[in-house]
Every structure is written in C-alpha cells, then in structure tokens.
Design a protein around this ligand. Structure first.
Ligand code: BG6
Ligand code: MG
Length: 211
C-alpha cells in the first residue's frame, strides 16, 4: 500500500528531457563533436557537472576545472532559454490527473529531482501546489544513483522508504530508488529500466489502475 509517491521531474512529469538533450548537443557541437540520443541516455537523471564529465568523455576531451564550470554554465543558459518558454501543455499526459487522484486518496507527494531548475519548472507548469515536499538539486549534494535524493524525500514526507514508490525515467534514478529501498515504477522502455518493479510507457498508463 503506497503512502507516498516520489516523482522525478525531467522525463516523468514534463518533457524537459528533450531540452536537456538539445542544450548538451549544442554544447558538444561547439566543442566540435557529435552527441547522439544514445549518448544522452547516460546523462538522464545525472547532475549537471556529472553530465558534463560524461559528455567530455564522449568527446574525448579533458579540460581544466575552471573551463568545465564555464561550459556547465553555458549549457544551463541554453537550457534555461528553452524552459523559460515552457507551456503547461508540455506537462506529460495524465500527470495532473494522476497527482490529483493520489492527493484525493491521501497519498503524500514529493518531487525527487537532481535539477536546480526544478522549482522554476513546477511554477511555470502551475503544479507546485500539488507537492507536499520538493527535494531537488539545490537540497542534495550526492547525485543519483546515490539514494540521497529519495531518502531525503521520504524523510520530508515523514514516511519510511518501504511506504513510498518512486517514479523514474532514468537508469541512474532507478538504481537510486533501489538503493533507497522504495518501490519503483519505471517510466519509459523496459530495456533501460529493467530494474524497476513495473515499467509503463507514461504516467497516463497508471490512470486506470488508480480509479
Ligand atoms: C535531471 C535531468 O533531472 O536534472 C538531468 O534528468 C539534468 O538531465 C539534471 O542534468 C540536473 O539539472 P539542472 O537543471 O540542474 O541542470
Ligand atoms: Mg528524469
């Protein structure tokens, strides 16, 4: 019986995963190499600096720390440009209904995201009020697959990990939830999310079960 639901943001609630990809790909192009959607799979759920480290590895580049900071800032500036135009229609199908339904059943809801842009995105989408707790990249220091983000979310909800279910679209996030000891619903493809208890294509698939 689920008492708490913890949602990843990018790729679960809103289709921002594509903007992260576009911004990273633009950065790679500036640096003179190609960055594919398959490479991008490794960046999903991963913090900004760790993402950059992986991207540079793909490009075979080694750069000093100071330069890396600048590149991460430049990627974020491109990303923020995309999300500042984010529309409520980019909320993924079924999300608002599913979250509202959970609240009606008394299930507590948390966000568990690596993003430092999370609060801005929730406001832009008009769904900030649906969350009992928001745990994001400004609150935690250890990136997924470390369980810190989900353990913090459980604690903020006042629940044990075993009473919570995490909804995740990234392999790193599924691994983090496993390490935290929560239930896991994978959002996306079973090939990527095989470790989850259940995999669905999107939150919309869960609507029928919850009614
Ligand atoms: C995660 C995304 O939610 O947030 C990653 O899946 C992203 O792709 C990470 O790198 C950090 O986001 P931000 O907005 O702080 O750069
Ligand atoms: Mg995600």
């Amino acid at each position: 019986h689920m008492k708490g639901a913890i949602f990843d943001l990018d790729g679960v609630i809103v289709d921002t995963a594509k903007y992260h990809f576009l911004a990273w790909r633009e950065l790679a192009a500036q640096l003179g190499f190609e960055f594919t959607e398959q490479d991008n799979e490794r960046l999903k759920g991963v913090s900004r600096m760790e993402s950059l480290r992986i991207l540079l590895e793909v490009g075979g580049l080694e750069l000093p720390e100071e330069e890396q900071q600048k590149l991460a800032e430049s990627k974020n500036a491109k990303y923020v440009e995309y999300i500042s135009k984010l529309e409520q229609s980019e909320l993924l199908p079924g999300v608002r209904e599913y979250l509202t339904g959970l609240r009606e059943q008394g299930v507590k809801i948390a966000l568990g995201s690596a993003s430092k842009n999370a609060a801005f995105i929730l406001e832009r989408l008009g769904i900030a009020g649906l969350f009992d707790a928001v745990v994001d990249g400004t609150k935690v220091s250890k990136a997924k697959p470390d369980p810190e983000v989900f353990l913090t979310a459980c604690r903020e909800l006042g629940l044990a990990p075993q009473e919570c279910i995490v909804f995740e679209d990234a392999a790193a996030g599924v691994a983090a939830a496993k390490a935290a000891g929560t239930g896991i619903v994978g959002i996306g493809r079973p090939e990527v999310l095989g470790e989850a208890d259940q995999v669905v294509a999107g939150i919309f698939e869960l609507l029928a079960d919850s009614q």
